[in-house]
Design a protein around this ligand. Structure first.
Ligand code: PLP
Length: 521
């Protein structure tokens, strides 16, 4: 939650306000009385100025962000039912019906115009009217003797990268300028610095910057192939409900993924099922810290040690997360792949990734593979690829890394609010036994009528996502697996809904989401 989240810009309900108001509402249910003699600006002003303080009507000015979009009133209020009158720009209108309908019209229009928040400046509202606005999701921002100022988010994005960037914009601009001015754009000081800082942060000896998270995972397995630790045809155990990249990294290298169901309580790989999936060809377990939650368990560590398996972490979604020992994800196994895709907790301004490890040889081979297979200019040890992290991304990541813990703490505040306030038996919330072990990259809820819920939220201006609608074994790219059955994974893919989530969500937006969820039947 940003610190100024409950502040709204307010324009007094006065001459200036009326002058700046303009016509935009053209719903057929609102009749405009264009030939009414009262429609001069002076008459409007006189009309509003002459309204006595009474308790059987309310008048409000409607602001969308900073733009006034109209003034309107409700008369003879009876549980929100009433007769509406008002002026929008030069035109007067009246209507009859339920207050909520009026609100919904206004909000729909605001959304169509891409506006995020509506503010009401309410004059002479009686308790009933204020109650009505409350039921419509408007929250009292402040009151003075004359007006009550209320606000509601009418369009809530799943995650606004623009607002996340704004949290640290000065430092990001400074980092970009530094690289632009340096004249050095690849394999320079920025990469060196970021790699050192990120290795220190994660708690590993080495970090190698690469082009993206998928490549990070591909290079780890390819390096094990080059080092003779793995052979083509070997098996890697991996959760069945992960993002496709974890599995692509295995098949891309000619190894076989062995899918293991997740635990429905944690949504992470079920450690009780891993041992049964081990065969003589198993060479590694890849755990995925999905949704920002630590997937590592002592049992997984023991299994890998006892069976001589490599433990690979896919840490694309859990930057900054800690296991109960205090160690961060990305330092719990033999090697970890990280993605800095823009929407990640530590996001670049384009693609980016890294491998972290304590294994000096692995780090060296990964660095070489990601640089055309070359460790010395124009000398090629492997058939590698160009998969390097740009200097500009490294500089931005360094700037953002300084704030990662504080951004993750904001994420936890949002998660706490959701967990404490969402109260709907049809919606299953994530369990959080250890707050350090979750950095809430995503806030996943489960709901049997997930698609209905998503549509309802969309109709009310709330954007959500599904992570992920189709499980990997049902994808066309793995057609041979389409007949396989993983009921727990399939249930997650059928029921999962990701609520709006970012460190930049405002208190108003979070409350609106909660109110909507609690009212959903
Ligand atoms: C779990 C997981 N693994 C790997 C990746 C791949 O990262 P990238 O998009 O940077 O290639 C992602 C990215 O979305 C991911 O969520």
């Amino acid at each position: 939650m940003s610190s100024n989240c409950s502040e709204v810009s307010l324009v007094p309900f006065d001459r200036n306000f009326l002058e700046r108001s303009f016509l935009w509402l053209n719903d057929p249910e609102i009749r405009f009385l264009t030939d009414t003699p009262a429609v001069t600006r002076e008459a409007q002003e006189a009309w509003f100025a002459g309204l006595p303080a009474r308790d059987d009507y309310a008048v409000w000015g409607v602001l969308a962000e900073d733009e006034p979009v109209g003034v309107c009133g409700i008369k003879h209020i009876d549980d929100g039912e009433g007769e509406y009158f008002g002026y929008i720009g030069e035109k007067a209108y009246w209507g009859r019906g339920v207050g909520r309908r009026m609100m919904a019209l206004t909000e729909g229009k605001a959304r169509e115009r891409g506006l995020r928040r509506l503010c009401l400046t309410v004059l002479h509202a009686n308790e009933r009217a204020l109650g009505l606005y409350g039921k419509c999701g408007y929250h009292n921002v402040r009151s003075d003797e004359k007006y009550t100022y209320m606000s509601k988010s009418v369009m809530i994005p799943y995650c606004s990268l623009k607002e996340i960037t704004a949290l640290h914009a000065d430092e990001i601009h400074e980092a970009v300028d530094r690289v632009v001015d340096s004249g050095w754009y690849l394999q320079g000081m920025e990469n060196k610095r970021f790699e050192q800082e990120y290795a220190d942060y994660i708690g590993t000896k080495y970090c190698v910057g690469v082009a993206n998270g998928l490549d990070a995972l591909i290079w780890i397995i390819r390096a094990y192939l080059e080092m003779g630790v793995m052979q083509k045809g070997d098996e890697v155990i991996v959760p069945a409900n992960t993002y496709i990249a974890s599995i692509l990294a295995i098949t891309e290298n000619g190894l076989t993924p062995v899918l293991v169901e997740p635990d429905i309580e944690t949504l992470e790989i079920d450690d009780r099922l891993i041992e049964d999936a081990i065969t003589p060809r198993t060479k590694a377990v890849m755990i995925v810290h999905l949704y920002g939650r630590c997937a590592y368990t002592d049992k997984i560590g023991d299994i890998c040690r006892n069976h001589g398996l490599k433990l690979i972490e896919d840490n694309a979604q859990a930057h900054g997360c800690r296991f109960k020992s205090g160690k961060r994800t990305g330092s719990l196994g033999d090697a970890a792949g990280h993605s800095f895709y823009p929407g990640k907790n530590l996001g670049a301004f384009g693609d980016g990734g890294a491998v972290t490890t304590d294994d000096e040889e692995l780090a060296k081979v990964v660095r070489t593979l990601a640089n055309y297979g070359s460790s010395k200019k124009y000398v090629f040890d492997y058939c590698g690829r160009n998969s390097r992290l740009d200097e500009i991304q490294a500089a931005i990541l360094s700037a953002k890394l300084k704030h990662l813990d504080e951004d993750n703490e904001l994420r936890r505040q949002v998660a706490r609010y959701y967990l404490e306030h969402i109260d709907n038996p049809a919606i299953t919330l994530p369990q959080v036994p250890d707050w350090n072990a979750n950095v809430f990259h995503i806030f996943p809820v489960l709901c049997e009528r997930r698609d209905d819920l998503q549509q309802y939220l969309k109709d009310n201006g709330v954007q959500t996502l599904i992570h992920y609608p189709i499980p990997p074994h049902k994808q066309k790219c793995y057609a041979d697996w389409n007949g396989w059955s993983f009921p727990v994974s399939e249930r997650i893919h059928r029921e999962e809904l990701s609520l709006p989530f970012s460190p930049a969500l405002t208190a108003d937006e979070i409350r609106t989401v909660v109110d909507l969820l609690n009212r959903w039947k």
